[in-house]
Design a protein around this ligand. Sequence first.
Ligand code: ZN
Length: 358
Amino acid sequence: MLNIPIEEEDSLKRLNSSKIFKERNKNFGTRKRVKEVFSSDDEILKKIFDARAAKTLGGCPHCERPFSLFKKIPKKLAFKCKCPYKIHPLKGTHYEQSRTPLTETVELIYELFRNKHGVPATALQRADGGDYDTCLYNLHRASDWMGWSLEGQKFTPGSTIEFDEVYPKAETGLGEYYKFKRGKGSERTHGILVMTERDDPEKGIKGITKAFHFDKTNSKEVEALIKKYVRPEDKHKICTDESDYYTFLSYNGYLHHTINHGNKEYINKETGCSTNTVEGCNERVKTTIHRVYLGVHPEYLQFYINRVAFNHSCRAKNFFEVMDVLFNSLPDFYNCVVRKAKRKSRKRKKKEQYRPAA
Ligand SMILES: [Zn+2]
């Protein structure tokens, strides 16, 4: 260790981090470069085929030729073996029955990842044309794919994880003049649990983020979510604030540190405990839901949070690395189990609403 005083060490760290941010923004990937790399539907389909073929064991189920000998069928979204066995690479993904071109979906993901607070469906409609409902559905579908890829990723054992909750407002249908309660117990706020893993360059850990919509009235739900995704055997160091939700951690074999925000304590220099990394993600959740998407329906809240969590967990990556993460999250050819985003049926709801009483 060099004998540098603490203040100078901090300023050195800040200089280094500003350099890193500048380089990240330079290498992010411009629109021109993205159009060059993902120039046609065939190229994107080939990438999806390669990513899924690498996960599938063996080769063609009929003649056992390897997948590298398969050829693209012209004017169709399929690949063919020499024996006439066909494989449709989009089957089992979110874009199975989609009619929007793949180049457009890549552009949409680029827009969603470039703007860290999200893009509203109206902005998409203005730029590309088409129906509003289709734009909204495409947006939900892309966010669902991001959530799907996050579900496959796991926290690295031995890392530091921070937990925190946010309470953004959502649509209630109770009207403008309803007297809502204030604070946590309010009818218009929804609970969201955010788990963020800290970056650790010494151990080579690149942290990921997961976020979940939970029922505020059920106190056991937070416990169940944490037990599902974080195991005590992995020996994570866990940092939280003084909330009651996390008291079960120390009885269940987790390494738990708390920080008391009530006493204006934000970082503990002895234990290294702080929740400042999660607060960064919480701020993003609030700004997306309050400032960009004014009034999100609670049924679709998880889609918006998925996108925020995905953007936060890929914060150190450029766009091409992000597309690789998404392609690699797809399942193999035969186990196609992907849940699908629901399509919002606005017209049907309106008809039911205005039906005259008998
Ligand atoms: Zn074959």
